[in-house]
Ligand binder design. Structure first.
Ligand code: F6R
Length: 608
C-alpha cells in the first residue's frame, strides 16, 4: 500500500498535496515526495521517513506551481530510502510518476529499457513506468499511459505528469484504488477520499483498466483503447474520520475487509502460470533447500498461530521435522541448532523484541534465518539471511487481522517452495495446491459478503464470558487465533485447546454457560473432531461449528454453524479465521469496547 495525491488548478499544488499525503499516512510512511511543474520543467523533493521530513525540506519552496503529484510510500521493491522515494522521473526528467502497487514484470521491462539506453536511478519497480512513458514521447500523454497500462502486469494506480502537457495529470488504475475529485476550476487525484475531502465532495471512483485525463476543466475517463467511458461523479457525505476508515466504523473492520487484497498482493508474482512457486527473494533453490535437516519456526501471539499452521504445511510437504516455539522461550531452552537448521522468524511489525532475540540467537548458532514480516527494512528483515514480505499495507487496529492472513499465505508458499526445491512433492500436486491458493482471495471475499450472518450470531453471546475454541490438526491454528482475537478485544475468557485434549482435564470446565467453538473443516480428522463435539454437547455446552459447505453431519450436531467454501485442508485456516475475527469484532462492539485499541495492549511489543 502507498498513497498518491495529485492536483491541477489555480492554487499552489503543494498546499493540497502535502496535507493530502498526511491523510494517507495510514497507507504507508516509509518515505514521501512531491513533483510539481515549474515553467517547462519538473522539480521534485523527496525524503526518507514520514511526511514531516518532506515538509521540513520544502520549507517555503514550490509555492508558485499549480500542477503536481505526491506520494507516501510503503516500501515493497527497494529499501525505504530517499533514492527509492517517489515521484520517479522518466527519460531526462521530462516525466514524473507516482505509483501504488506492484509491477510483476518490472525485471523484464527494466532490462529492455536499459538496453534502449535508459538510466535507472532507483531500485523500485515503479521507475520502469516513468521510463516507459518517456520512451513514448511521440504520443499524447494519455495514449502513452494507456500503452504502459497494456504492457505492465500487476497492480497499479498511477498519476503521471509530462513537461510538454502542462496542466494535465494522467491517472490510471488496475487493482489499486484511485479516486478523482472534481472541484470548481480544479481537479484532484488520490488513492483514497480523505486526502481530498476537505476540497471537494464530488468524487469519481475510477474502475480497473481505465485512464483518466485530469485538468482544471474536469476529468475525462477512457478505457485502454481510448474510448470515453461513463464515469459519473457522486457526492460523498462522509465526515473525514469515517472516510479515513473507508466508511467502516473502525480500522479493525476495515482491515478485515482488506484481507482479499492483502492475499492478492502477497501472492503477486509468486505463482507462475505453470503452477510453480517463485520466491526469488530466497537464495534457497535446489541444493540449498536440500541442505536442511530440520526447521524451527519462532514467533509471538498471532504470529505464533501462523507458525502453528506452518508446522503442518512444512512437515507435510517437505518431510522435514518442524518445531515451533514461542519466541520468548526459544533461546532459554538451549535448542539444538547448526548450519543445517532453517529458522523462520515471523513478526508482522518486524520489531518484536522476543522474536528478534530468538532469530539473532539462531543466527549466532549458525542457522539460516528467514524472516516473515510486513515491514520492509524492519529490524528482523535487516538481521535475517533472507526475508519473505507479506504485503498487507500498514495495520492500524492493534489486533492483527490482515497481516495474519497474509502470513498464512506466505508460509504456505514457503512450505511449497521448499518442497518443490527438495523434490519432496510431485509437480502435479503443487499445481493443484497453487490453484487452491489462487482461489483464496475470492473465497475470503465470499465469506466477507456474509458478514451480517456473524453479526447476528455474535448478538446471542453478548453476555457469555466462557468460550472454548477447539480444533484438531491444522485447525488448532485457527482455533488458537479465534480465541486470542476474542479475548483481546472483548475481554471474554476464551481458551484454545486441541479438541482431543479436552477429556484430559479442561472438560471439567464445560457446563451450560460455556460456548464451544469447534473449527472442523472437511479433512482427515473430521470424524474424530465431531466426536469431540459430542462430548461437549453431552456436558450441555452450546456449540458453534465452523464447517465446510455441504457438511450436513456437522450441521446436525451444532447449535449454530458457519459453512465455508471448500479448499485444501492445510489452507483451511485462511478461510476459517475470517468468521472468527468477525465474531470477536461484533461481540466486542456489542459490549461497547474500543476494538482498535484494546486495553493493556500495544501494536508493537519492543520489550522482552
Ligand atoms: C494479536 C497481536 C499480537 C501480535 C504479537 C506479535 O492480535 O497482534 O499477539 O501478534 O505481539 O507481534 P509481531 O507479529 O509484530 O511480532
Amino acid at each position: 500500500m502507498c498513497g498518491i495525491v495529485g492536483y491541477v488548478g489555480p492554487r499552489p499544488a503543494r498546499d493540497i498535496i502535502v496535507p493530502g499525503l498526511e491523510r494517507l499516512e495510514y497507507r504507508g510512511y516509509d518515505s514521501a515526495g512531491i513533483a510539481v511543474l515549474e515553467g517547462d520543467h519538473i522539480v521534485t523533493e523527496r525524503r526518507a521517513g514520514r511526511i514531516e521530513a518532506l515538509k521540513g525540506a520544502l520549507n517555503g519552496r514550490f509555492t508558485d506551481a499549480t500542477t503536481g503529484i505526491g506520494h507516501t510510500r510503503w516500501a515493497t521493491h527497494g529499501p525505504p530510502t530517499e533514492r527509492n522515494a517517489h515521484p520517479h522521473l522518466g527519460g531526462k526528467g521530462e516525466v514524473a510518476v507516482v505509483h501504488n502497487g506492484i509491477i510483476e514484470n518490472h525485471a523484464s521491462l527494466r532490462a529492455e529499457l536499459v538496453a534502449e539506453g535508459f538510466e535507472f536511478r532507483s531500485d523500485t519497480d515503479t521507475e520502469v513506468l516513468a521510463h516507459l512513458v518517456a520512451a513514448l514521447d511521440d504520443r499524447p500523454l494519455a495514449e502513452a499511459v494507456r500503452e504502459v497500462m497494456r504492457r505492465a502486469e500487476g497492480a497499479l494506480a498511477v498519476a503521471v505528469m509530462r513537461t510538454d502537457e502542462p496542466g494535465v495529470i494522467v491517472a490510471a488504475r488496475r487493482g489499486s484504488p484511485l479516486v478523482l475529485g472534481v472541484g470548481d476550476g480544479e481537479a484532484f487525484v488520490a488513492s483514497d477520499m480523505p486526502a481530498i475531502l476537505e476540497h471537494t465532495r464530488e468524487m469519481v471512483v475510477v474502475d480497473d483498466d481505465c485512464v483518466a485525463i485530469v485538468t482544471a476543466d474536469g476529468v475525462i475517463v477512457t478505457d485502454l483503447d481510448g474510448a470515453v467511458v461513463d464515469a459519473p461523479s457522486r457526492t460523498v457525505d462522509w465526515d473525514l474520520e469515517a472516510a479515513e476508515k473507508g466508511g467502516f466504523d473502525d480500522f479493525m473492520l476495515k482491515e478485515i475487509h482488506e484481507q482479499p487484497t492483502a492475499i492478492r498482493d502477497t501472492l503477486r508474482g509468486r505463482l507462475d502460470p505453470a503452477g510453480r512457486v517463485v520466491l526469488d527473494e530466497l537464495p534457497l533453490g535446489g541444493r540449498a533447500a536440500r541442505s536442511f535437516d530440520k526447521v524451527f519456526v519462532v514467533a509471538c501471539g498471532t504470529s505464533y498461530h501462523a507458525a502453528m499452521m506452518a508446522k503442518y504445511a512444512i512437515e507435510r510437504w517437505t518431510r522435514l521435522p518442524v518445531e515451533i516455539d514461542i519466541a520468548s522461550e526459544f533461546r532459554y531452552r538451549d535448542p539444538v541448532l547448526d548450519e543445517h537448521t532453517l529458522v523462520v522468524g515471523i513478526s508482522q511489525s518486524g520489531e518484536t523484541a522476543d522474536t528478534l532475540a530468538a532469530t539473532r540467537y539462531a543466527k549466532a548458532q549458525g542457522a539460516f534465518v528467514v524472516a516473515v514480516t510486513n515491514v520492509v527494512d524492519s529490524s528482523i528483515a535487516r538481521d535475517a539471511d533472507a526475508v519473505l514480505y507479506t504485503r498487507s499495507g500498514p495495520e492500524i487496529g492493534v489486533a492483527a487481522t490482515k497481516t495474519f492472513i497474509a502470513q498464512l499465505v506466505v508460509l504456505q508458499l514457503l512450505a511449497l517452495f521448499l518442497a518443490q526445491e527438495r523434490g519432496s512433492i510431485s509437480a502435479g500436486r503443487i499445481v493443484g495446491l497453487v490453484e487452491a491458493i489462487d482461489k483464496l482471495p475470492g473465497q475470503v471475499e465470499e465469506i466477507l459478503g456474509r458478514a451480517n450472518e456473524f453479526e447476528a450470531l455474535a448478538e446471542k453471546w453478548q453476555d457469555v464470558n466462557d468460550f472454548f475454541f477447539l480444533g484438531r490438526g491444522v485447525s488448532c491454528a485457527t482455533a488458537a487465533e479465534g480465541a486470542l482475537k476474542l479475548k483481546e478485544i472483548s475481554y471474554a475468557r476464551a481458551e484454545y485447546y486441541p479438541a482431543g485434549e479436552m477429556k484430559h482435564g479442561p472438560i471439567a470446565l464445560i457446563d451450560d454457560e460455556v460456548v464451544v467453538v469447534g473449527v472442523i473443516p472437511q479433512g482427515d480428522l473430521h470424524a474424530k473432531a465431531l466426536a469431540n463435539m459430542e462430548e461437549m454437547r453431552a456436558r450441555d455446552a452450546s456449540t458453534l461449528l465452523v464447517l465446510t459447505d455441504g457438511d450436513t453431519e456437522g450441521q446436525e450436531l451444532a447449535d449454530h454453524s458457519i459453512l465455508l467454501p471448500r479448499t485444501e485442508e492445510l489452507l483451511s485456516p485462511v478461510l476459517g479465521v475470517v468468521p472468527l475475527q468477525l465474531l470477536s469484532y461484533w461481540i466486542a462492539k456489542g459490549r461497547g469496547l474500543d476494538v482498535d485499541k484494546p486495553r493493556n495492549l500495544a501494536k508493537t511489543v519492543t520489550v522482552e
